[in-house]
Design a protein around this ligand. Structure first.
Ligand code: ZN
Length: 278
């Protein structure tokens, strides 16, 4: 069965997100561990953990991922870098208690210019996070847009190679790929893209896909998501991705604005389901 899910709100507690995804017809899930716009460290009490696990033993939502805070910048050399590291350590420590696979992370940005010392901070911060979190908790790098770290596959490959750790995985976002000059609207183009990934040793790092349409044009360098079918990517790309034998078994998670602007919704999932060939 295809793994298709969405990012959902944790308002009211983590268990509420399980109910929300179940209600809109998804079977896998992404959540924030705490509010993504303020520095808040994930905490969990035993009661909440139990409630979440019991509910999910019935709903069977799997896999589940955390998405790291929007404030994270692991290349920052002072306070923000430190807070980024501490928030990921907190989050990746509670993930296994909830049977959550790990955190999907936008690495951050070099701001005005990339320097060797900012790059070193990035690598050192991630290494420390891995050292201070359980082995089963994955650190999943998401490809980025908008002048952030990880816009090109080559840049991500270099970072992953340097980290050299099995717990480092990759999340590819269709919107961010499209705005950075990667597209595949048929099987042949997707085959070429997968070959490129493989050539960079990234194919066996691939953990999941973020499936979002784009508000901006091809190779715009931006990263603004659109609802499926309302953006510039075109549904052929999603159809290809969801049906290709080499990609159809990955989890697919939407982060679309929603047709009522209330976040990822049933209609976006239903459109994707309608593209799946039986
Ligand atoms: Zn994404």
């Amino acid at each position: 069965m295809i793994k298709l899910g969405a990012h959902q709100s944790i308002a009211g507690g983590y268990s509420e997100a399980l109910k929300r995804i179940n209600k809109i017809g998804g079977n896998c899930l992404q959540i924030f561990s705490s509010s993504p716009r303020v520095w808040n460290f994930a905490k969990m009490n035993e009661g909440e953990i139990k409630k979440f696990l019991i509910l999910n033993s019935k709903l069977l939502i799997h896999p589940i991922y955390f998405h790291a805070s929007y404030l994270v910048n692991l290349a920052d050399e002072s306070r923000i870098g430190h807070l980024s590291k501490m928030s990921l350590i907190a989050e990746m420590n509670i993930a296994p208690l909830l049977k959550i696979k790990g955190s999907i992370v936008h690495l951050g940005s070099y701001k005005e210019e990339k320097t060797n010392s900012k790059y070193d901070s990035l690598i050192e911060n991630i290494k420390e996070i891995l050292k201070k979190t359980p082995k089963e908790s994955l650190f999943i790098i998401e490809n980025a847009g908008n002048r952030k770290i990880g816009q090109t596959l080559e840049e991500i490959a270099q970072i992953i190679k340097e980290l050299n750790d099995k717990r480092i995985r990759l999340c590819l976002d269709t919107c961010h790929l499209f705005s950075n000059c990667y597209r595949f609207s048929n099987d042949k183009e997707l085959d070429l893209f997968l070959e490129k990934l493989d050539g960079l040793d990234l194919l066996d790092k691939l953990e999941l896909w973020h499936v979002n349409d784009s508000r901006d044009s091809f190779n715009s360098g931006k990263d603004r998501h659109a609802n499926i079918g309302q953006g510039t990517i075109g549904t052929n790309e999603f159809k290809t991705l969801l049906n290709h034998p080499k990609t159809k078994n990955y989890p697919f998670i939407i982060e679309t604005p929603g047709f009522n602007d209330e976040g990822p919704d049933k209609k976006n999932l239903d459109i994707l389901k309608s593209l799946i060939l039986v």
